[in-house]
Structures are given as C-alpha cells and as structure tokens.
Design a protein around this ligand. Structure first.
Ligand code: DI6
Ligand code: FE
Length: 415
C-alpha cells in the first residue's frame, strides 16, 4: 500500500471551531483509501514523513473535502422539458401531478427503459456531479413504483459504485407517488410499499427510507406506516417534508429520529424545535425552490438559532430540479436563502455527511477519514461560491486515488 504526500495546498478541512478549518501551506498524507495526517507541512511529524513513498505537488491550489450530494433522484429515463413549458404558461406543479403528468410520466419512461440503459443514464449524471468535485452521492428510488422497478433502480444505484469511484448511499422512496395500477387506492399502495421494503432490504439494496409527505404525495398517517415498517427493519428514515405545504411531516420524522428532513420551505416553529431536539439535519434544496419559482423561504434564521445542522443538495430530478451543479446550488443557497459561503460549504460536506449517517468517515479532511478531496482553481472556497457557471475543478481524489479526468471531462448529459 502506498503512503502518499499531497503538499503545497491551502486546505479547508472543515474542522469545527475554526472558520473553514483553514490551513495555509498545508499537506495531507494518505495511505490507501484513508487520510492519515492533515496539517501545515512544517508541523508534519518525522515518523509520518518517513513512511511516504510518493509525493504530489498541488501547485498552491485550494483543497476541500470531496462534495457530498445527499439528496438526488439520479435513476430515471426521459425528461420533462414539455412540463416546464406548461408551467411557464401558468399550470402549477400540483395541477400537472393531479392530471397524471409529473412523477408518473417519468415512471412510465423509466419502466420502459432497460436496466443497462438506466445505468448508463445515471452514470452520465454521476460523472457530471464528479466534474464539480462530488465523491459521495445519495440516490433515491421512486421512479419505479413496483417491486420489480424499485428493485431495478436500487440495483442501478448500487452498481454505480462498482463502475465509478464513488461512495453511494441508497434510499428507498417507494412512497413517492401512487402509480396508475393503484389509482384511488393509496392505502393499499402503502401496504405494498411496506412489503416491498422488507424484500428489497433483504437483498441488501436499502440504506434508508424516505417518503413524499405532501398533499400530492402521502398523508401523515400513511407516512407513519412507512416509517413503522422501516423502523421494524432497523432502517433509518428521511422525509420530503413541508415542500409545498405544512403537513407537520418534519415533527413526525423527528419523532422517528430521522436522519434528515428535506425541502422545508413551509416548516413551522414546532417543526424546527422537533428537529433541533432530535439532531435531525435540515437539507435545503435551492434548485427546486428556484425551478418551481417558490416564494416561501425556508426558516433559515430559526434553524440557525436552534442549532439545526443545515445541509444542501442538488435534489437532481427531471421534474423540479434538473441540475447537476452543486456549486450553483451553493451560490443559490447564498443569494436566495442568505446562507454564508461557509455554511454553504459545510452544507455540501460535514452536514451532508451527517444526513447520510457518514459523519465519522466522510465530509472532513481529517486523519482516519476517507481520503476524498477536490483540488480547485481558486485561492479560497468562498471564490467558488461567489462565481457561477465556471468549471474550476483541477483534480479529484476519491478513496486516495486520483480520478482520471477522462471520467468526467467531455461528458454529455442529454436528458
Ligand atoms: N419532491 C421533489 O421535488 C421531487 N420529488 C419530490 O418528492 C420531484 C420529483 C418529480 O417531479 O419528478
Ligand atoms: Fe427530492
């Protein structure tokens, strides 16, 4: 196993306590897939230095942890550009969903696509995320909505970690929408989702369970049944909560010790308190807020005051957030939600790790953590939040290995 020294960098470690966990003239030492030392080069202990078998000069570049996209719906086929046009002509997201468009149209397109093709599509999207420094992705099912098709989506998500140097976490989102074959029988559908969950979990396909708790999704009572089934299997839960209306979903999720509640534009004070009491992460999704032209802002001040950890993600999906740019999401979180640039970065690193229960191994540059980091054409990570529409990634290291830039350069995302 090689012990490698990566020197001549300014490093944002995101250690707690100091702003950015910043280190000038920093260096890192990795052994295999693990970080063994991080600090100022001049502080490097002799016994660490003497083990080094290979050196990399990072040319004075700025280094951050690999980004963690903790909320995506990456496995699907087709696109919804036509629906985008209809919404611009005045149709609302909820009207389109009720008329059988929306999620259901992506379900039809995805069911009609082979597993290999779904893998190719998801792979292209994952490589686009990598081109902006992503090394960990959470992927939800939810465009299959049958036992077989949900299984296919989750298998595709798992396979991505075999074909690309990524950490993948899978989330079962069977309770995303009611499929046509269960029309008018949403309670029966929830029963089916709970039964599929235990089979798919037995196949090792599920890391967490999510639901879309919304007027156009599932009720609080139905969400509770999904959570009870997850809890019986010892699976952690997450929730799409208070995106379009306040259903009290966040408080329910917190009562199940949810890892995260996501969206949260309509989150109430009681919901904030419940999340704070349980240490549930608030995952904010500025892409969906922007694309749906929402005007109700998530309660940032209350979340901050109550100490709820704030994460950010792309929410990549064809209906409400067809973006593959975490850097643009950070910029939007600052301009639209008034996060500070450091909060935005912590949202895509430390707090995103926590939303996936990976906080002890991912999201910081620290001895013992996985050696995932991005090397940027920038002096400081704040520069990367301020700019938008740039391509500033210089190098990406995943599990201690330099990722061949051909993996993500000249990558064509068509859908
Ligand atoms: N909330 C969202 O923003 C996405 N899913 C969800 O539960 C939208 C999914 C879609 O419109 O296809
Ligand atoms: Fe989502």
């Amino acid at each position: 196993m090689q012990t490698e020294l990566w020197r001549n960098a300014c490093i944002a470690t995101f250690h707690d306590g100091e702003p950015w966990g910043w280190i000038e003239q920093g260096a890192m030492v990795t052994a295999g897939d693990t970080m063994v030392w991080v600090g100022a080069l001049s502080d490097m202990p002799a016994h660490i230095k003497s083990n080094v078998t290979r050196e990399h000069d990072l040319g004075g570049a700025c280094v951050t942890p690999g980004l963690i996209d903790c909320h995506t719906h990456l496995v699907y086929a087709g696109n919804r550009a036509r629906e985008f046009e209809l919404r611009l002509q005045g149709a609302t997201y909820e009207e389109i969903a009720r008329a059988g468009g929306g999620i259901r149209s992506t379900v039809a397109a995805s069911r009609a696509t082979s597993e290999d093709e779904l893998l190719a599509l998801a792979g292209t999207r994952a490589r686009a995320l990598m081109s902006e420094g992503v090394t960990t992705i959470e992927i939800k099912s939810g465009y299959g909505l049958s036992e077989m098709d949900e299984g296919r989506s989750l298998r595709v998500a798992r396979k991505l970690a075999d074909v690309l140097p990524l950490t993948i976490r899978t989330t079962f989102l069977g309770a995303h929408a009611v499929p046509p074959e269960f029309e008018g029988r949403s309670d029966d559908y929830v029963d089916a989702v709970c039964a599929w969950m235990s089979k798919l979990h037995a196949d090792g396909l599920i890391d967490a369970v999510d639901a879309f708790c919304e007027r156009v999704g599932f009720s609080i009572v139905q969400t509770r049944r999904v959570f009870d089934a997850a809890t019986a299997l010892n699976l952690p839960v997450k929730l799409h909560a208070e995106q379009l209306s306040d259903q009290g979903g966040a408080a329910l999720a917190a009562s199940y010790n949810a890892l995260s509640c996501d969206h949260l534009e309509y989150l109430s004070d009681a919901g904030v308190d419940a999340m704070a009491a349980c240490g549930t992460v608030a995952v904010l999704l500025p892409g969906a807020y922007y694309f749906l032209r929402e005007t109700q802002l998530p309660p940032i001040t209350a979340l901050r005051e109550k100490g709820v950890p704030i994460a950010l993600a792309t929410d990549h999906n064809p209906g409400t957030s067809p973006t593959l740019s975490p850097l643009l999401m950070m910029n939007m979180a600052c301009t639209l939600f008034r996060l500070t640039p450091e909060e935005a970065w912590r949202g895509f690193t430390v707090n995103a790790a926590r939303a996936l229960s990976l906080q002890d191994t991912h999201g910081r540059l620290r001895a013992g953590f996985r050696a995932d980091f991005a090397v940027w054409d920038a002096e400081h990570p704040r520069d990367l939040v301020y700019r938008f529409g740039h391509h500033p990634l210089r190098q990406l290291v995943s599990a201690g290995r330099l990722v061949d830039s051909a993996t993500f350069e000249h990558n064509q995302v068509k859908n």
